[in-house]
Design a protein around this ligand. Structure first.
Ligand code: FWO
Ligand code: ZN
Length: 393
């Protein structure tokens, strides 16, 4: 029940230097220069010498029940698996529903979130899908967030997209106020995760709500801000006002850069830092198991891919290696920043009392060990704990 990670360079995410970290059950109970136990209690020692230790990664936007469908039923994407999260360092995931708010429903989302929690990672969900009115589980959005423990917000609500419900200002203002107050009453973030599409309306509706109502800008978590240059430029100004902005990682940006003007995450984060955006406002999510459909300018379906959870670490690595962003800044985007935005008090940091979620990596950021809620899930980069029906490969 005791684990001692010795001698790793700890990024909490701020760089603490070489530390020993003691874990008791599922909690961090000490972070010191040296920890010696007197030998009369059993402890598993993990050698972190020469390695980097970070908090477990938080993926704030993943289609854990599967997504897709934009090309018809055969383009429904597969659901997430335990090892498909843990092998990429993800120990906390927020599940959402996207375009298909009928074939994917809230009961399945709650059930899948419980399944992954039982298998060993920490899970939360957004109520709803692209659609407005929101497809809730109970008869109201406030009731969903107040009465369903795993619900921490609403999303992904689509706007500025030919697949959205074309929500009005009034509809959006009501959704945000309901989720905010429902969150307040249940001690949760009450965040609205907004899907931004490719249209030139960008985040206009969000800015109108911030400007014309009492809703604070921190109530919003707009995602896909790097999906095109026009939207990205608007999101820099938005972030400078103090709003959170979520980048969608891309495992194959070298290809996507040839077919659209998606902004490579490491370049986008560098541009925002250079523009004076607070490094605590930027998050990266994977859109894992979500579809990556391609449409013509006329909105005609051309083809489809699937988002990959592996992109989180890949994008952080690119930040460090391609745009020289210090690791303690880059790793905030998938640890303390989403934890703060989503008000996950026990997540996102290596500190006494926090959940024992860790990623131990080589100095060139290749995953060695992943620990979730104090349980070792990955060793030597390979899962040792598998989902119920996963093929052990
Ligand atoms: C993005 C999720 C998109 C689903 O625009 O929103 O479709 O329901 O599974 N994915 N529609 C992907 C871009 C950011 C590249 C989703 C997807
Ligand atoms: Zn989306």
């Amino acid at each position: 029940m005791l684990k001692l990670i010795k001698g790793a360079t700890v990024y909490a995410p701020e760089k603490l230097g070489v530390k020993d970290v003691l874990i008791a059950a599922d909690k961090i109970c000490a972070v010191e220069d040296h920890i010696e136990l007197n030998g009369n209690v059993e402890v598993e020692v993990i050698d972190g010498t020469g390695k980097v230790l970070t908090p477990g990664f938080i993926d704030s936007h993943e289609h854990i029940t599967g997504g897709g469908g934009e090309g018809g039923f055969k383009t429904r994407t597969p659901e997430a698996t335990l090892s498909g999260l843990t092998r990429y360092g993800i120990t906390t995931v927020v599940g959402c529903i996207g375009t298909d708010g009928i074939g994917r429903d809230m009961c399945a989302l709650v059930a899948k979130a419980h399944a992954l929690e039982e298998e060993g990672v920490s899970t939360y969900i957004y109520s709803g899908s692209y659609q407005v009115p929101v497809h809730t589980l109970t008869d109201s959005l406030m009731k969903d967030i107040m009465m369903i423990d795993k619900v921490i917000g609403v999303g992904e609500i689509a706007m500025s997209d030919h697949r959205s419900s074309q929500p009005t200002f009034e509809e959006m203002a009501r959704i945000v106020s309901d989720i905010r107050v429902g969150g307040m009453l249940s001690g949760k973030a009450g965040i609205i995760n907004i899907h931004l599409g490719d249209s030139e309306r960008c985040m206009d509706l969000i800015e109108r709500i911030v400007d014309e109502t009492e809703i604070p800008i921190t109530q919003f978590l707009p995602t896909h801000v790097n999906r095109n240059e026009m939207l990205f430029q608007k999101s820099i100004e938005y972030a400078k006002r103090g709003g959170y902005v979520d980048f969608t990682g891309n495992e194959d940006i070298d290809y996507w850069e040839t077919i659209c003007d998606e902004v490579r995450v490491c370049n986008g984060i560098k541009r925002m830092l250079d523009a004076g955006v607070d490094s605590g406002l930027m998050t990266i999510s994977s859109d894992g198991q979500g579809s990556l459909p391609i449409f013509s300018k006329e909105g005609e379906y051309l083809g489809i891919g699937v988002g990959k959870a592996s992109c989180l670490l890949k994008e952080v690595k690119e930040c460090v290696e391609r745009t020289n962003i210090p690791l303690e800044i880059a790793v905030k985007t998938i640890t303390s920043n989403p934890a703060d935005a989503l008000k996950l008090a026990n997540k996102g940091r290596i500190a006494v009392g926090k959940d024992a979620d860790f990623v131990l990596l080589s100095e060139d950021l290749v995953i060695d060990t992943v620990i979730a809620k104090g349980q070792t899930m990955v060793v030597g980069g390979e899962p040792i704990v598998w989902g119920t029906f996963e093929e052990k490969k």
